[in-house]
Design a binder for this molecule. Structure first.
Ligand code: PGA
Length: 246
């Protein structure tokens, strides 16, 4: 059975003290279950304190570099994250791709390095508005996934969480309808089945992300190929975050 994975992506918001307060208030209200992961992807400076505070919430990172150590000013390594108890790392968010120029070769290296460390990448994919409007969403997303998972074994890919995030729906209030999100997530699962096997594809958790809120999460999660959500804005306020989990 694949897991349901609901993760808040805090992006570059909050400071350490406000993040600690949030986790102190929210953690005891989250159920820890084998088939459900509820997490927060926080800025790296907060991760060490938050992993100490969280018992039920999984504290995830928003990025990492693939080399173990070295002269890479400003980067955070996988051993650094692993030592403080981080298990999930967002890879290839569209903001990293678009603003910081991360390409599929780099992301493939990050995915492979995380899997080699027995950690789970939350691998983001998704199309721009112009690609969506030209009807090329599936081609684009399939190409991203094939490149980012190149060389990843069938056993390892089961640890990857794929987050489908149409760029036109991120932070815009324009949520893809549950039907559109389902169609793309189903297409992603079919693509995984063609790259691996149906059995493997059925074990991979696929999230939808983009303007998810307490008011629309239920309809999104009701879709058969959507196993969770990656949530930006609505994860920043305690009540709204808890509203997503209800
Ligand atoms: P949003 O962001 O929920 O604010 O649209 C989602 C994301 O970027 O992961």
């Amino acid at each position: 059975m694949r897991k349901q994975v609901i993760v808040g992506n805090w992006k570059m918001f909050k400071t350490n003290s406000s993040a600690i307060k949030f986790v102190e208030n929210v953690d005891s209200k989250i159920q820890s279950r084998d088939d459900l992961v509820v997490g927060i992807a926080a800025p790296s400076v907060m991760l060490s304190d938050l992993t100490k505070k969280a018992k039920n919430l999984k504290i995830a990172a928003q990025n990492c570099y693939f080399e173990k150590e070295g002269a890479f000013t400003g980067e955070v390594s996988i051993p650094m994250l692993q030592e403080i108890g981080v298990e999930y790392v967002i890879i290839g968010h569209s903001e990293r791709r678009d603003i910081f120029g991360e390409n599929d070769d780099l992301l493939n290296n990050k995915v492979k390095a995380l899997l080699a460390a027995n950690m789970s990448p939350i691998l983001c994919c998704g199309e721009s508005l112009s690609i969506y409007e030209s009807g090329k969403t599936m081609d684009h997303v399939k190409k991203q996934i094939s490149s980012d998972l190149s060389g990843v074994s069938a056993d390892d890919v089961k640890k990857v969480v794929i987050a489908y995030e149409p760029i036109w729906a991120i932070g815009t209030g324009k949520v893809a309808t549950p039907e559109i999100a389902q169609e793309v997530c189903k297409g992603i699962r079919e693509h995984l089945a063609s790259l691996y096997s149906q059995e493997v594809a059925d074990e991979v958790s696929i999230q939808y992300g983009g303007s998810v809120k307490p008011e629309n999460i239920k309809d999104i999660l009701a879709q058969s190929d959507i196993d969770g959500t990656l949530v930006g804005g609505a994860s920043l306020v305690e009540d709204s975050f808890l509203g997503l989990i209800k």
